[in-house]
Design a protein around this ligand. Structure first.
Ligand code: SIN
Ligand code: FE2
Length: 216
């Protein structure tokens, strides 16, 4: 028995396949948007958004925080998962129930049953922010998918192949859209183009992305 929190229950979600193993579930998280945004605020009141440094010494343009047992961090020492927030010295905030439910229901909708994430990276983009092409490869188990939720302003997502040089497809993502990738697509390069200025009724001038992973 599931609550009717997400689209896809009762109604057929609009599903677009962008690569073998990668789908966009249009609007899947739209209904839950206000609840998800309230949960983001609660997480950020405990572990604030910050701009992390890449190992190469660049400052990331997206501000980030995390919740769950493990949080993804980057600094001059590299990319990794940590059980504690290096800013607060405390454990990362608990993963909100609504996050867990959304991630596992979206994964199941995409064909990945029993997904239980232990890490959620929360990205906040303001106009001008972007995320270059990269692989998600700091996790232990690549049989587990990635569930990526868009909230607020629209952006263009890029989804490529297993090599950096593979030409990516461009997929516009809006509020409530969820991208799930796993299987053959799990290590494909992806990123987002620069966020354009705008005003969203729920998030104002920004876009949030929740990336759910089974990291440990
Ligand atoms: C990421 O894959 O790291 C973020 C993608 C997004 O913001 O949609
Ligand atoms: Fe990623």
């Amino acid at each position: 028995m599931t609550l009717d929190l997400f689209d896809g229950e009762g109604v057929e979600p609009r599903r677009e396949t962008i690569a073998e193993g990668a789908v966009v579930l249009r609007g899947f998280a739209g209904k839950a948007g206000p609840g998800l945004l309230a949960a983001i605020d609660l997480v950020a009141s405990q572990s604030p958004f910050r701009h992390m440094q890449t190992p190469g010494g660049h400052t990331m343009s997206a501000a980030m925080t995390c919740c769950g047992e493990l949080g993804w961090v980057t600094d001059r020492r590299g990319y990794r998962y940590e059980p504690r927030d290096p800013v607060t010295g405390q454990a990362w905030p608990r993963m909100p129930e609504l996050f867990l439910k959304l991630a596992s229901e979206a994964a199941a909708e995409a064909g990945f049953e029993n997904f239980v994430p232990d890490a959620c990276l929360i990205n906040r983009y303001q106009p001008g922010a972007k995320m270059g092409l990269h692989q998600d490869r700091d996790e232990q188990d690549f049989s587990q998918p990635i569930v990526s939720v868009s909230l607020g302003l629209p952006i263009v997502f890029q989804f490529g192949g297993p090599r950096r040089s593979d030409r990516p497809v461009r997929v516009p993502l809006g509020h409530g859209d969820v991208v799930v990738w796993g299987g053959l697509a799990r290590r494909h390069y992806h990123g987002v183009l620069t966020l354009k200025a705008g005003d969203h009724p729920l998030t104002g001038a920004c876009r949030y992305n929740l990336t759910f992973r089974k990291a440990g």
